[in-house]
Design a protein around this ligand. Sequence first.
Ligand SMILES: [Zn+2]
Length: 238
Amino acid sequence: MSTPIERFREILRIPTVSHVDESLVDTVAFDLLHDTIARLYPRVHDELEREVVAGHALLYRWRGTTPERPLVLMAHQDVVPVDPTEWRHPPFAAEISGEGADAEIHARGAIDDKGALVAILEAVEVALADGVVPAHDVYLAFGHNEETAGDGARAIATVLQERGIRPALVLDEGGAVVEGVLPGVGVPTAMVGVAERGVMTLTLTVHQAGGHASTPPSFPAPARLARAIGRLHRHPFP
Ligand SMILES: [Zn+2]
């Protein structure tokens, strides 16, 4: 009988690395993660309705006793690429250093975001064993390419939307437990995010007539570009 820590470490050892160029993604790792989830969390696998969306995203439905709007618990399966030479511990070995309350697991994805993934799976597995039936439906939504702003979570959202499902509450990954970030706060602080950031990619191009460096224009192209960047910077996402 494995422990939650052992299950967590087993999942951390699977290198589900995202790449912007999806042809570089090792899909075998994602298949292995799916098989491992099925084996480590048999009640979740057998008792919830499970579907695979957009290749490797996972959507589970835990049926509730009423048709009220559901809860959606989210986490993502993927991690960002890693240069192992920059790590003191191998990124996919899930080594433990320290003992007792000071023990730490070192692995890519330990915080972002397999900690959340495993916490959700552990909680639901235990609840199923206890015979819990939720009042509302509970969906587990595990995207596979969050780190590259890929299509997994969006495809899941589309599936829910097409079925007319409008969640009452969606919980996704939040901030970490941080120290020394908030002025005047000297204790570890759990950061709760209440909104999600947006993502925007822009290409800025300046066109200007050529000339001679001895007689530069009064407002040359690099300065014009810098002004545009400055203007964007002064208008952050609300
Ligand atoms: Zn994340």
